[in-house]
Design a protein around this ligand. Sequence first.
Ligand code: ADP
Length: 326
Amino acid sequence: MVRHDILQLLAAHPEEFVSGERISQQLNVTRAAIWKQIKALKEEGFEIEGQTKNGYRLLKMSLSLNEWALQQTLSTTSLGRTIYLEDELSSTNIRAKELARRGGVHGLTVLARYQSGGQGRLQRQWESPRGGLWMSVVLRPDLSLADASKLTLATSVAIVDALKELFQLRIGIKWPNDLVYNGQKLAGILGEVVGEWNTVQTLILGMGINANFPRGCLSEPLNATTLYEILGYKVDLNSLAAVILKYLEKELISLEGRAFERLRLSWLERADGLGEEVRILRGEQVFQGIFKGITIDGALLLETEDGEKSFSAGEVQLRSKIRKYF
Ligand code: ADP
């Protein structure tokens, strides 16, 4: 892609001007074509200075999603090595499923700058304004279907670790897989199996992170926050995606090595509300007790008056007795 070639050339000479003539010769494109691509890059958020005499120089990379910039920061072997980025999608999970059915490779990563129909669990809506990180990864892991559900636990751990590395933030995991900051939801995860596990063994891991937009871009009743609210500045979505993929790949390799107990402990170290009194809603039924931990499969362990009970994520909701935001 010419646009990425131009970027590559400018980035190879940081702070320096690269003449239009040189770009034109090296990439075999007209000066008018260069101008057009530079304009598009500026619109994407790259700061590029243009001087008639000297040419162009790259002053600042874009914070918004860009395939080339993402590839530059990526340190993984398989995850994110094939990227599919759209300005707008109804949902990255839906597109990832389509691509997986058509043979999309393990690690294929779908990103959109805006989702018009983002999804949560149980067909719930996930609000996805511009500035967020809306990303789905196609995985064909060496795991049984019974163990595949552990990947959503692994994703929570990966996101927590990425936000710690990049911004020194301590994010908590709210069972089963919401990420919360001071009790407010910062990110959500949606894992979906594609087709029959026995034949295709494909899973989509979708994640949504409220990043570069103020809280006001989300609807009022949501108990949500964003990185922008927490940090007070906009973050580089390309490195955010790259670092999440790095930790996700690490967790995936460890899961494929059957380090299930290690994952359970990592999850517990990052969990929110452990040891607290909670309520579990299963349809009309309400169970009350102390949140003791999770099983190796990620089911919640509740210590009730009638002894210990376990609840799997698909069927119940967790509510705090003490903290109203839970
Ligand atoms: P739950 O937390 O109930 O398990 P999901 O993980 O399925 O829910 O996420 C969907 C829910 O998250 C929605 O019903 C809505 O309440 C909330 N929500 C939707 N969009 C966002 C967002 N961008 N940030 C935080 N919360 C959101």
